[in-house]
Design a protein around this ligand. Structure first.
Ligand code: HEM
Length: 113
């Protein structure tokens, strides 16, 4: 297995600094048990409204990740405001580094519908 620790250090997120640059909203606080519906997520579909996505039952504020994603900002903007489980899994299922970053953007759980 390749040693990914150096890559992780090299692209470690600096969420507040990035948000300051983008003047993007900070993530909503996520007390334990916070849930969001897809209707809650849908408006967060741009850098000005914040970039949220549901992935595999959890909700993430990916705003700060947009300019940092090694696969390009367009791919993160393209999933903004949606359930992006299929896109994420198709690209990154089983990859530890994407999962590691994803976890840092967690804001709550997707409500059962
Ligand atoms: C939503 C959360 C996402 C996170 C946290 C994430 C994270 C990462 C990371 C860490 C890499 C670096 C390579 C690696 O370590 O595997 C990467 C690369 C990549 N990602 Fe993502 N990714 C996300 C979503 C997506 C989506 C939705 C797509 C496509 C629909 C995508 C497409 C790619 C591609 C194509 C690369 C390869 C870039 C290259 O090596 O040239 N990613 N992503």
């Amino acid at each position: 297995r390749p040693d990914r620790s150096l890559k992780q250090a090299a692209i470690a997120p600096a969420p507040q600094a990035v948000r300051d640059l983008l003047q993007a909203p900070a993530p909503a606080p996520a007390p334990a048990g916070t849930t969001y519906t897809l209707a809650d997520i849908a408006p967060h579909n741009s850098l000005t409204t914040g970039v949220w996505a549901a992935i595999n039952g959890k909700v993430y504020d990916l705003t700060a990740w947009v300019p940092q994603h090694p696969g390009g900002s367009d791919r993160i903007l393209a999933i903004a405001g949606t359930d992006a489980s299929d896109q994420f899994n198709a690209q990154h299922a089983g990859d530890s580094t994407p999962a590691y970053y994803l976890d840092t953007f967690y804001i709550g759980d997707l409500a059962q519908s």
